[in-house]
Write a protein that binds this ligand. Sequence first.
Ligand code: ADP
Ligand code: MG
Length: 395
Amino acid sequence: MSKKTVRDIDVSHKRVLVRVDFNVPLSPDGKVLDDFRIRAALPTINYLIENNAKVILMTHLGRPKGRVVPNLRLDPVAKVLSELINRPVKKLDDCIGEEVKKEVFSMKDGDIVLLENLRFHKEEKENNPEFARELASLGEVYVDDAFATAHRIAASTVGVASYLPAVAGLLMEKEINALTKVLTAPEHPFVAVLGGAKVSDKIGVIQNLMNKVDAFLIGGGMCFTFLKAKGYKIGYSLCEDEKLSFAQELMKEAKEKGIKVILPADVVVTPEIKEGAPSKVVDIEEIPGDEIGVDIGPKTVEIFKNELSKAKTIVWNGPLGVFEIKQFAKGTYDIAEFIGTLEGVTAVAGGGETAAALRRFGADKKITHVSTGGGAFLKFLEGHSLPAIDVLEEK
Ligand code: ADP
Ligand code: MG
């Protein structure tokens, strides 16, 4: 990676302002439902502590829209972090101001402070320079470890870098390295697995991967737009009619370039997307006119596995079925399991729901890299540079 990281600078005895992404799901009674984003930041935090820094963490949580929303205070997050890192984490009640300064300036080496939800101030999302300067005044160095927020311009992700030396954290470094590797120097065969809800969300990704991959394996809701474009009847399955011509063009271009586009041969259909609804596997020629395709079928799983077994590089975005409902999760699960067993392959997966599915199946640990990014992961795969990465110092 061309960007400087925490390892390239001296952090000892310094107040290090770290942007993390602790935007975790909370239950109605304020419990952290999934701590993976907190865990993902531990290497950087531990590194800083081991190197005698004073660690000032900042994050957003939810969408408080510039107001103080008590349910979106970071106390539960601080508690989970403290448990995970086995040290006290002092959560402050604001992210700027005199009180905050007083606390931060009295920190000792190895102390951890978590500032209050950045989005309680509307200036955060506006990338207000004065607000950014206030945040920056708390630290002597700035570390960005919030890959999942790197596609957004905000005071804490872009603004602060104007006022402090700005470097990447270890998670940020890992994300950039993993994604850069698959995009710029993939070992072939390179196979892209694409699913998820909509074709329209993924057009940029498909276009950018078009010149890189050897095969697209398409499942999820988006496969039905492709199937319809090929003339199949898809019943009430998800379909974007305005994307039919895009799908046709894409398949034509792929054919000309010798890239395989593999669509399901069979799917699971149901009259209703709901737990316990009746469902069956049908060949794609036989999708009933009044049912919905909700998962790839077993023949398709075998076809996908066969293609994946030849791959040296795999990139995956989008669940292959409605995995939130157990009986429609099998396709996604089987493919996740299978990728996890492959050896000598670089497999990178990402997307909010994709990562959630992989974690639910316990497949995340068997895959080379599961990105913490949703939107940021997609933007990266589209080939765009991310504003919060752009502002970090070059080596
Ligand atoms: P990601 O967040 O990983 O980028 P998306 O947001 O594109 O993925 O899509 C995830 C959603 O796609 C999941 O909630 C899943 O239920 C849905 N999905 C997958 N397959 C289908 C399908 N056949 N019909 C409708 N929705 C689907
Ligand atoms: Mg999503």
